[in-house]
Design a binder for this molecule. Structure first.
Ligand code: ZN
Length: 124
């Protein structure tokens, strides 16, 4: 019994070891993507031109678009922070563990949403 448990643990840790680089690359990929978006959102978030240079309607459009961009920008910055946090946790006991219930977050979820700090149940 003990032996088979140990074999399972060994198999699991080998698998984990092989996947760490893959997970790291995936997270780095996501960080690059999100940081590129942040730069784009910031560019879109430049001060709005005064009334006389663009029409009143398009100025209102610009204001509406700006508030959408600001919300998107905030979300993107948060996602980037979460990704950096997950990245720094790789190889530690906190990696892939739900912040709330301390259960292991399935690898599939980490790969799809690397920034998720909670398991599916706690994220609801
Ligand atoms: Zn949980």
């Amino acid at each position: 019994m003990l032996l088979s448990l140990r074999a399972i643990w060994f198999k699991h840790s080998q698998k984990k070891y092989m996947e760490i680089d893959e997970i790291k690359n995936k997270i780095l990929d996501e960080i690059l993507k999100i940081e590129k978006s942040i730069v784009e959102y910031k560019e879109q978030n430049q001060p709005i031109a005064p009334d006389d240079s663009i029409g009143r309607i398009s100025r209102m459009d610009a204001i509406n678009n700006k508030s959408i961009t600001e919300a998107t920008l905030r979300q993107a910055i948060q996602k980037s922070k979460d990704l950096h946090r997950v990245l720094s946790q790789i190889g530690t006991k906190d990696f892939g563990v739900c912040l709330k219930c301390r259960k292991t977050i399935p690898l599939g979820r980490i790969l799809i949403r690397p920034q998720s700090l909670y398991c599916v149940n706690c994220a609801k």
